[in-house]
Design a protein around this ligand. Structure first.
Ligand code: C5P
Length: 220
């Protein structure tokens, strides 16, 4: 039995990594598989929501019934999210956005030193923090973020929730077996603006998605 508790709600979800081009064949990215964000999109659609999924490059099929917008870079993702947020009631930012990008992406493939005689160095520059921009103009919307941390999980995640003006953050410890980037399961802690905390046991990402929607549902 799946409740239809999100009927009439518009949910905007981001998933996957972003890719920041170094040249036409190389990029900076991370290990995000997109599985957690896609699981939330699928669960929300089943529960009656109208879902828009902004996805970085992943190997997953778009969930049935979900409007999926594919993007590459953090700047593309920022444009898509800021463009779609006006009509959203709930925004869940699961994507592992690359914090930095090459300052000047080359339009030709970079050659090796033995051909150019020059040492290669790449200057990097900071990407926009999409969630922070969303938090600034959130108004009545419910905004949730994710925080992947290697240490001081709750402290770091709480700081992010405050800094980015979120209603909730899902804290995710990196480096725990069966949890995080490429796994089918996840072990997370939900933290809320009002100080409430819920430790969720290791579960399938789809079960984590439903637990997350349960929590959002009772707070709407
Ligand atoms: O990278 P960080 O740990 O700060 O990410 C926490 C949250 O912020 C995640 O929900 C992520 O999607 C979001 N984020 C973002 N834009 C960035 C960096 C992170 O929206 N440039």
């Amino acid at each position: 039995f799946v409740p239809c508790d999100f009927t009439g709600k518009k949910i905007l979800i981001t998933a996957g990594p972003t890719r920041e081009a170094i040249d036409p064949v190389r990029y900076i990215s991370n290990h995000s598989s997109g599985k957690m964000g896609y699981a939330i999109a699928e669960a929300a659609e089943k529960r009656g929501a109208e879902v828009t999924l902004v996805s970085g490059p992943v190997a997953l099929l778009p969930p049935l019934g979900v409007e999926t917008v594919r993007v590459e870079s953090a700047r593309d993702m920022a444009d898509a999210v800021l463009g779609a947020m006006d009509t959203a009631d709930i925004i869940i930012k699961v994507a592992a956005v690359a914090d930095y990008r090459p300052a000047d992406s080359r339009d030709k493939k970079i050659k090796k030193k033995d051909q150019t005689g020059e040492d290669l160095s790449i200057n990097i520059t900071e990407n926009p923090d999409i969630l922070r921009a969303v938090g600034k103009k959130k108004q009545h919307r419910f905004v949730a973020g994710f925080a992947a941390e290697t240490n001081d999980l709750v402290e770091n995640a709480t700081l992010k929730m405050d800094r980015k003006n979120l209603d909730m953050i899902v804290a995710n410890k990196v480096g725990v077996e069966g949890s995080g980037f490429e796994a089918d399961t996840n072990k997370v802690t939900f933290l809320f603006r009002d100080g409430t905390r819920r430790d969720v046991p290791l579960m399938d990402k789809s079960a984590v998605a439903h637990a997350l929607l349960d929590e959002i549902g009772i707070r709407l």
